[in-house]
Ligand binder design. Sequence first.
Ligand code: AMP
Length: 477
Amino acid sequence: MSFEALGLHVNIIRALTDSGYTKPTPVQEQAIPAAIEGRDLMVSSQTGSGKTAAFMLPALHKLATAEVVTYTNGKTPNQERQAARSRGDRPRFVAAKPKMLVLTPTRELALQVTTATDKYSSYTRRLKAVSILGGMPYPKQMQLLSRNPEILVATPGRLIDHMESGKIDFSELQMLVLDEADRMLDMGFIDDIEKIVAATPPTRQTMLFSATLDGVVGNMAKRITTEPLVIQIAGSASKHENIQQKVHFVDDLSHKNRMLDHLLRDVSVDQAVVFTATKRDADSIADRLNIAGFAAAALHGDMHQGARNRTLDALRRGQVRVLVATDVAARGIDVPGITHVFNYDLPKFPEDYVHRIGRTGRAGRKGIAVSLVNHAEGMHVKRIERFTKQLIPVDVIEGFEPKKSAAPARSAARKPSGWKPGDTRKSGNNFGNSRPGGQRSFSKPAAPRKEGSGGGNGGGYRGNRSSEGGARRSFGE
Ligand code: AMP
């Protein structure tokens, strides 16, 4: 199947050729023709599956080809402004009337969707996409809105502010996309989403993308769509089969830090993301790694949007080699050079593990995801394994063996076919020096060890320090 066969506008196909896309991904193959027809969609697909293009390409096609760019009162907001000026009316802000709205859970994802849109619409004249995000100065956003963009990409909190102050009018809206809807609900945006949906015309086309369509998110999807086409993509992307996962057990914080330094020095690490449970650890580990000679930078929700953007740009340009981040970076970062993800602390929720490791192995590449785990955290590894239905092999590096002895077998997740007890599936170990026969030690977790009080670790589970879990909603505002 080719992009031409999906019926896309020739100028969009030119942009895809420039981007190096040769054929549609499975989610694109199913979603694009139905979306061009105007059908509502309920899509379960993971980040990395090409979902952004699955909703943005048909939307651009429709905006580029159809009469949809006309306005029901015959005037664009810019024409309204000009008419007001020529009548000698006092200049006033005429609300932006977007044709398409994309809601995303985080600022990072919103910016990424906007960048992708700019790329896909580079040959499509007069289609503007802007991001409306928390953390961005209001005057700047007013300036963006005054250009009357056809496409708005927004996080829910800030969008509601602009709606309530009359800066945005959804009466012309034709397409509504909820990207990573499950995540938006996790972050407590349900009321905001309901409010936004209620402000859009019932005739709109609605496309909802989510990692899962079960439970609350599925119910919401059914409520806001009309006779949707349901697309379920369960491919290698969602199982992350291109990402080699492993666990290294550590005795204490100093063991963990030494191991991280060692792993980061491996020549196969091009760029890496190190995930921590707290903002404070993200800062302190980034500082420590810089002193140790790594080009490291922190990224977390306490940083201003400008600083976050600069850090991400530096990562994209390769100036930052190690990004030390909280879960604010678990979704939305799409940098092909990221070869490794390290969980310095395990995430609070198994879903976040899946999103974190998805920062590597982008666009068909291979990746490596390593979790540094205290013996007391075995239960959390099991929860992740149950969620992903995959066992994560335990690996041991010579010279970095944990002092605790390990018990080999346990019954955690459903065992993937071909799995044998004690099987460490160490294919292609990239860190050298690893010893065969890595052991599973978390079937018999040892008593929790008291860690050094300074940097701390594993705090994500004990809840003894402020983690970003409690501040989730603030990312999208
Ligand atoms: P997404 O799931 O939208 O985050 O996309 C994941 C990555 O796949 C991004 O880097 C896209 O640029 C890339 N991508 C999306 N569609 C295609 C395609 N048809 N061919 C090659 N790469 C693609």
